[in-house]
Design a protein around this ligand. Structure first.
Ligand SMILES: NC(=O)N[C@@H](CC(=O)O)C(=O)O
Ligand SMILES: [Zn+2]
Ligand SMILES: [Zn+2]
Length: 357
């Protein structure tokens, strides 16, 4: 027997996986788009790009123009494909959504409850108002992506996701059993349980940060705006439930970074913006979790297989390689005049994405 028998579960030093996708990302616009698009394009073949620009993406023409700006921000030779989304408002025209889907411009629609998060002021005030759009989406098989938090000021911020499920999501699924729904960036054990008991038309994305931090991170030694995002991180028991779900191999949980860059000046402010910029080391961050959970054998399914299967899109060609090679994440990143603080700033991560291979 060789040395291998002494370490039956020794960590592999290389991981080869089918090229992954990011099923929830904010690429922004203008100078910030230029600064952040290359990071997502480096790791991911495709990404579902959020439409919460100012003004939001509500028309086919606006989405086409945004898609062109994203492609112009990519490094030469990049094969990255942005998958665009429509921002639902109370007055959105169902015909515009259907046309955008038929023309391959809109992959999905995004539901922000009005005022729930960054640039959500134009979001939906009452689901009843978008009933015709939801019926059309159900008919044509177009996924609905949801920021699942109630905005009722009476509800404690740590309970807003769980209350959204009870008050809005469960009834919505009852009214539209054929509608494909993704509950985005889930943060609670209740959401994990709800997704598990729902049918195959409900899935959830899980971010790297919600797998690494609990709510204490925001208050460790002082107020830490870099760990503030929405939905806000919850108690440790929720983080543990999310880690178990992400690494379980169950097909209704898949990768969505919710990388949400804000300039450092907008984070370090008396009223700091919600959002964590994780795109530069997102894959490495997830790999760390799968290794710690002893579930590296489920990583490819979470990162590269479950998302396309749910969306009904082809798997990517080609592969990426992660090598086990500790490195320290930079404390700051600079893109033009913008300074961004990446998730894991100053920390050591143990996996590194190898260049094309
Ligand atoms: N996640 C965040 O904290 N912020 C996102 C919006 C969102 O995904 O809710 C943003 O656009 O900044
Ligand atoms: Zn959101
Ligand atoms: Zn988001």
């Amino acid at each position: 027997m060789g040395a291998a028998s002494l370490q039956p579960n020794a960590t592999p030093q290389r991981l080869r996986l089918r090229r992954p996708d990011d099923w929830h990302v904010h690429l922004r616009d203008g100078a910030l788009l230029q600064a952040v698009a290359p990071a997502t394009a480096r790791s991911f073949a495709r990404a579902i790009v959020m439409p919460n620009l100012s003004p939001p993406i509500t028309t086919v023409a606006a989405a086409e123009a945004y898609g062109a700006r994203i492609r112009a921000a990519l490094p030469d030779g990049s094969r990255f494909t942005p998958l665009l989304t429509a921002y639902l408002t109370d007055t959105i025209d169902p015909a515009e959504i259907e046309r955008g889907h038929a023309e391959g411009v809109f992959t999905a629609c995004k539901l922000y409850p009005a005022h729930a998060t960054t640039n959500a002021a134009a979001g939906v005030t009452d689901l009843a108002r978008i009933e015709p759009v939801l019926a059309a989406m159900e008919r044509i098989g177009m996924p609905l992506l949801i920021h699942g938090e109630v905005t009722d000021a009476e509800i404690d911020i740590f309970d807003r996701e769980a209350v959204f499920i009870e008050r809005h999501l469960a009834p919505l699924l009852g009214r539209h059993p054929g509608l494909k729904v993704v509950l985005e960036h889930i943060t609670t054990a209740e959401s994990v349980a709800f997704v598990r008991q729902a049918g195959p038309n409900l899935a959830a994305t899980i971010t790297p940060h919600h797998l690494h931090i609990n709510r204490n991170a925001m208050f460790q030694g002082g107020l830490r705006p870099d760990f503030y995002c929405l939905p806000v991180a919850k108690r440790e028991r929720h983080r543990l439930a999310l880690r178990q779900a992400a690494t379980s191999g169950e097909p209704w949980f898949f990768l969505g970074t919710d990388s949400a860059p804000h300039p450092r000046s907008a984070k370090e402010s008396a009223c700091g913006c919600a959002g964590i910029y994780n795109a530069p080391f997102a894959l490495e961050s997830y790999a760390e979790v799968f290794e710690q959970e002893g579930a590296l054998d489920h990583f490819e399914a979470f990162a590269s297989l479950h998302g396309p299967a749910f969306y009904g899109l082809p798997l990517n060609d080609g592969h990426i390689t992660l090598v086990r090679e500790p490195h320290t994440v930079p404390a700051r990143l600079h893109g033009g005049d913008t300074t961004l603080v990446p998730f894991h700033a100053g920390q050591v991560l143990h996996w590194r994405l190898a260049e094309e291979g």
